[in-house]
Write a protein that binds this ligand. Structure first.
Ligand SMILES: *[C@@H]1O[C@H](CO)[C@@H](O)[C@H](O)[C@H]1NC(C)=O
Ligand SMILES: *[C@@H]1O[C@H](CO)[C@@H](O)[C@H](O)[C@H]1NC(C)=O
Ligand SMILES: *[C@@H]1O[C@H](CO)[C@@H](O)[C@H](O)[C@H]1NC(C)=O
Length: 295
């Protein structure tokens, strides 16, 4: 436990809800590392990257959600929310991954007003296309489990983990995270997600917190027979020992999986380097985190 003293622990939690499908118990793994490891890893990764990544990153365009307006589902500045969707194919045709973007929070009128003029508060400033790497990659060698799923990155522009509800007239600020979440899900259901035969709600950092907060609602979008899981990549921000106590009960259920690795990296699912690191934390003999806990 010495390694984690005083440090934040970044946690990946997989909350399973397997419906009628066969459910295998999710194994529990705890990997603790110190920061020195992180630095040496970063160097090694850079050298090893070219080996694992074939070709150019897939760029996926931003889709705005016009139907969000009548629902009041708008970014901090009142602009339309959006997502990036790369359609699934082959055996992944009806499998859906929703990745919730992260990006911290705003917690005062003043810093929410500043955020309005950034991509994290307004779709006016969002990139028109984003690289799909890591868990979003379409390349089997980079993303063997999910490369052919329908993969969606829902943009984060509400400042409060897709969970706020409110409006400040004076400052012209919309806190509509919960509505953005709902509008996004409705739009995607209409684009084929209602046919999903399995679905994963994932997210990094502020998006990882959201994937926990919205997990039950996500589950309820689908019939009970459909396999639905939620993955929280670095979404608990707690004192390390408090956190280990806090997840103790949670981790005992066969439906849940907890994979704790301290200081390896803050978020791993969408960072090419971290996703590929030859010495990234493993469970059993599985090379990648997802293979280890998802399937
Ligand atoms: C590259 O990855 C391999 C494992 O695939 C590892 O043994 C090797 O040390 C790595 N090389 C560098 C320079 O990090
Ligand atoms: C709304 O914003 C103004 C500053 O523009 C602030 O004075 C006021 O307290 C805010 N209202 C609420 C309910 O937070
Ligand atoms: C993919 O799924 C959609 C429904 O979500 C269906 O209309 C389409 O025919 C399927 N395509 C293939 C190739 O299975």
């Amino acid at each position: 436990m010495n390694e984690v003293r005083g440090a934040l622990v970044f946690l990946v939690v997989v909350v399973g809800s397997s419906g009628g499908a066969k459910s295998s118990p999710v194994r529990l793994g705890v990997v603790l590392r110190d920061e020195y490891d992180l630095l040496s890893t970063a160097t090694a990764i850079t050298r090893n990257l070219s080996r694992r990544s074939s070709g150019l990153d897939l760029m996926v365009g931003l889709t705005l959600i016009p139907s969000a307006v009548p629902k009041g589902a708008v970014c901090l500045d009142g602009s339309l929310p959006g997502y990036h969707l790369h359609p699934g194919f082959g055996s992944g045709n009806n499998s859906w991954l929703i990745q919730l973007e992260g990006g911290g929070w705003c917690n005062t009128i003043q810093n929410c007003v500043s955020r309005k003029n950034t991509r994290l508060g307004s779709s006016k400033y969002m990139e028109k296309a984003l690289p799909f790497v890591g868990i979003l990659s379409d390349k089997p060698d980079e993303n063997p489990d999910l490369y052919n799923w329908n993969r969606v990155k829902l943009r984060y522009c509400d400042g409060a983990s897709f969970s706020g509800e409110g409006h400040n007239e004076t400052s012209q600020l919309y806190f509509r995270g919960k509505r953005i979440w709902l509008a996004g899900m409705e739009d995607l259901m209409a684009k084929g997600m209602h046919n999903a035969d399995q679905a994963l709600l994932s997210g990094q950092s502020a998006g990882a917190l959201a994937s926990m907060l919205r997990c039950d609602e996500f589950r309820q979008l689908f019939p009970a027979t459909i396999r639905v899981k939620c993955l929280s990549d670095a979404g608990l921000f707690l004192d390390a020992s408090q956190m280990l106590d806090a997840v103790d009960g949670f981790s005992k259920s066969k439906k849940n999986g907890v994979f704790i690795n301290s200081c390896f990296a803050h978020v791993q699912t969408e960072r090419k380097g971290m996703w590929f690191a030859y010495d990234s934390p493993m469970i059993g003999d599985k090379l990648q985190l997802l293979s280890a806990v998802l399937l």
